[in-house]
Design a protein around this ligand. Structure first.
Ligand SMILES: Cc1cc2nc3c(=O)[nH]c(=O)nc-3n(C[C@H](O)[C@H](O)[C@H](O)COP(=O)(O)OP(=O)(O)OC[C@H]3O[C@@H](n4cnc5c(N)ncnc54)[C@H](O)[C@@H]3O)c2cc1C
Length: 437
């Protein structure tokens, strides 16, 4: 059994990995390093960093289907993937102050009224609730600390030497300071999420890791009063409308729907702004709004990562993203501040920056107006919403270890995940391997 497991990132993936190890009496040392804060000190404004990572301040929606949230069954097979999902959901319930409030929505039939414009992807979702994530975080953290996990907070890992099993914190000139001496590992689990995507990419280049290429995923965050969508929300809370243009290599889907107390959130990646959304459970936050991403997946773009970054850059004005609405103004965040965005009067800049693809988003909105007849011009879009799928390092599918470095495992959004359940499941999968080996 490996003695010294070091995890980079205290996000959903690694927290689940550590839990699996502790639950099974792992005898070695577990160290988790994160550039954010522990759940007691983490502020609401720290969206991406700290205990449970982006999942800690997310909408707490645990999707329960292998076609959603990134790839898992590709590595594990369908049956194993579902078993891993169960373990992640069980963990969220276990540390939940009111586990009985975790509910599952499970739509079963596509409603007639959305046809022929859209398909609806049907899958179960467990709702944990944003408001409980803080408490879950504290309970979970206490359990891991009691189990002997050593956490190193507010510490950024700046480089890793895969050849010599060492990682470094701080800048090079500070390495003389004993507190910044390299940290050695027998096994490394790399789970830096979206906030560490640049770091993962740099390591892949530095160590010439073989990669699998990825499609582009880009679009807008759509927002409108909930009443226009209520008929569909009654069928599926987190509805996933989709359509495909097979011959063009383009597919679109509505993504991560938030209702009742739904807020748009700014995400900062590579210094640029993009948008996401979350919902509060507490009734005092109710604003009767709905928001969701309209995300396009585009196949066949040469250098998809660079292309997406370039488009996102073009969609910034004065260091923030754009908002367009025929009638509305940008909303406020759950903290009552204006969502950072520059309102534009026309779609011209958006269409030009995303060309030739914005027309697919435009058609999607136009067709929603047909399916939801009260919608008309009562909506707005925050632009862009983006999922940076950097080329995925090639891993051994049985344990998510780099093919070149079998003691280094990539997990969560740093690999191929795009959600809480898949990220947690990948962490658990790696921990199972460590326990076996
Ligand atoms: C606003 C928002 C809402 C979301 N809502 C949902 C939802 O409802 N359902 C869902 O399934 N998914 C949701 N997601 C996505 C989900 O949170 C992520 O897919 C998931 O958290 C990824 O888990 P991870 O462990 O890979 O990374 P993360 O949970 O992001 O954790 C990565 C951790 O690594 C740390 N880190 C990064 N780089 C370094 C470094 N160099 N050194 C040290 N530490 C580092 C970060 O501080 C962070 O804590 C949401 C995301 C956001 C931003």
């Amino acid at each position: 059994m490996s003695k010294n497991v070091v995890m980079v990132g205290a996000g959903v993936a690694n927290v689940n990995a550590a839990t699996k190890l502790i639950d099974n009496g792992f005898k070695g040392k577990i160290t988790i390093i994160d550039m954010g804060k522990n759940p007691y000190d983490r502020k609401y404004s720290e969206v991406m960093e700290g205990f449970l990572g982006a999942g800690g301040w997310s909408d707490g929606k645990l999707t329960y289907h292998t076609s959603i949230g990134g790839q898992l069954s590709k590595y594990t097979g369908e049956e194993k993937a579902m078993e891993l999902f169960d373990q992640v959901i069980a963990n969220f319930k276990r540390f939940h102050p009111k586990p009985e409030e975790v509910q599952c929505s499970n739509p079963i039939a596509e409603p007639e009224f959305i046809k022929p414009y859209f398909g609806l992807r049907l899958f179960p979702v467990w709702h944990v609730g944003t408001d409980y994530l803080h408490e879950i975080g504290k309970n979970w953290y206490d359990f891991l600390v009691e189990g002997g996990v050593e956490f190193i907070w507010e510490t950024k890992v700046t480089s890793i030497d895969f050849d010599n099993n060492e990682l470094f914190i701080g800048e090079e000139e500070s390495f003389v300071d004993p507190k910044n001496w390299p940290i050695s590992y027998d096994k490394l689990i790399f789970g830096v999420g979206k906030s560490g995507i640049d770091f993962g990419k740099a390591l892949a280049e530095q160590f010439e890791l073989p990669t699998e290429s990825k499609p582009v995923q880009i679009g807008v965050r759509f927002e409108a009063p909930q009443k226009h969508f209520q008929k569909l929300i009654d069928v599926s809370y987190d509805f996933k409308l989709y359509r495909k243009y097979e011959d063009k290599g383009v597919s679109l889907r509505s993504f991560c729907t938030n209702n009742n107390a739904a807020y748009v959130a700014v995400e900062e990646t590579y210094g640029d702004h993009s948008y996401n959304g979350h919902a509060k459970k507490d009734e005092s936050f109710r604003n009767d709004m709905t928001n969701f991403g309209i995300l396009m997946e585009v196949q066949g773009i040469d250098k998809p990562f660079e292309w997406s970054r370039d488009v996102v850059k073009k969609l910034q004005i004065d260091g923030t993203g754009l908002y367009y609405s025929p009638t509305r103004k940008p909303s406020t965040t759950s903290e009552g501040e204006n969502v950072s965005a520059i309102q534009v009067d026309t779609l011209h800049k958006i269409a030009k920056s995303m060309q030739p693809y914005f027309m697919y988003v435009y058609d999607f909105i136009e067709d929603m107006k047909k399916v939801f007849p009260t919608l008309n011009d009562d909506w707005g879009i925050y632009v862009p919403e983006v999922k940076y799928l950097s080329p995925e390092p090639l891993v051994d599918y049985t344990n998510l270890a780099l093919t070149k470095y079998p003691n280094v495992h990539f997990v969560g959004d740093a690999l191929s995940a795009r959600g809480i359940t898949v990220s947690g499941a990948q962490g658990t999968y790696v921990a199972e391997h460590i326990l076996k080996s």
